[in-house]
Design a protein around this ligand. Structure first.
Ligand SMILES: C[S@@+](CC[C@H](N)C(=O)[O-])C[C@H]1O[C@@H](n2cnc3c(N)ncnc32)[C@H](O)[C@@H]1O
Length: 269
């Protein structure tokens, strides 16, 4: 019980920061919202390869932020329900949904309470780029995902590779564990989209997860892995620390011997 209280406290603190980050992100070059509103698809080649047949498919998009990817999925013909803990992000997502003329259902909920707030089942559950680090226990995430998938449905997860996140990008030293040993608490100022922004300040709580921790909860539920990929680049220049080696491909460290930056997996129920 005490542990649950502690987790709720971490989530509350993170939610306050994500609320503050939302306005900064909407105005940032990183998210380039004007071109998105004009029709740019915010999804990347990496995930689009696995989202090629989504017309009329029901998709649950977890931790959708202010909705760019959810609306992009809807523009591709999917029927989308999207969730996030940040009320500010959800209200902005709803506003952009109206502007874009799409029909996404945005729901404010923390990921561990999705099953209390969504009853529908989906062909695809999708999550990407900065989701799992905000969750202490991946088994609890997989529990939500499994319940929400139709038989034969797929979960697609595209994420920053845990190997990349062992590095402190300021000092170039390995400073974080590869395994989920404990919560990390950091005083933050600014965000990955605008490093120095003073309006985003506070305590942030996050967790590292090994590839084993990230995948076994699905395998333990009897799901079949249908894709597993590792990419030597990130499509995002996070923290402005990466170098663009080809258009839209950013790497940390000395190309051509970099570490893995992104992984993608797909499991079928
Ligand atoms: C990096 S963003 C998601 C990535 C998305 N692809 C993007 O960049 O637009 C992380 C999102 O996770 C949400 N979040 C953080 N902790 C959460 C939790 N415990 N439950 C639900 N959402 C959470 C934040 O509010 C934020 O919108």
């Amino acid at each position: 019980m005490e542990e649950l209280d502690k987790i709720n406290e971490y989530f509350r603190s993170n939610k306050a920061l994500w609320n503050d980050k939302t306005d900064v992100h909407i105005a940032s070059d990183f998210y380039d919202n004007p071109s998105f509103l004009e029709g740019r698809n915010s999804l990347n080649e990496i995930e689009l390869e696995y989202l090629d047949d989504i017309k009329d498919k029901k998709i649950l998009h977890i931790q959708c932020h202010f909705g760019q990817d959810s609306i992009s999925l809807a523009r591709m013909g999917a029927k989308v329900v999207a969730t996030d803990i940040s009320d500010r992000a959800i209200s902005e997502a709803r506003r952009f949904n109206k502007i874009c003329g799409t029909d996404v259902t945005f729901i404010e909920t923390d990921t561990y309470r999705i099953n209390q707030n969504v009853t529908e089942q989906f062909d695809i559950v999708f999550m990407s780029y900065g989701v799992t680090c905000w969750l202490p226990d991946i088994d609890k995430l997989a529990e939500q995902v499994y319940e929400r998938l139709l038989p034969g449905g797929r979960v697609i997860c595209v994420e920053f590779h845990p190997m990349l996140f062992t590095f402190d990008f300021d000092t170039d030293k390995i400073s974080y564990g590869y395994y989920n040993a404990h919560v990390y608490e950091e005083d933050v100022e600014g965000t990955y989209a605008q490093n120095e922004n003073q309006s985003v300040r506070g305590k942030e709580y996050f967790w590292q997860h090994s590839l084993e921790e990230l995948s076994m909860p699905y395998i333990n539920r009897g799901m079949r892995m249908s894709a597993f990929r590792e990419f030597y680049y990130s499509p995002y220049n996070i923290f402005n620390s990466l170098r663009e080696v080809e258009k839209g491909k950013y790497v940390y460290g000395d190309f051509p011997y970099p570490i893995p930056h992104i992984y993608l997996f797909e499991f079928v129920k």
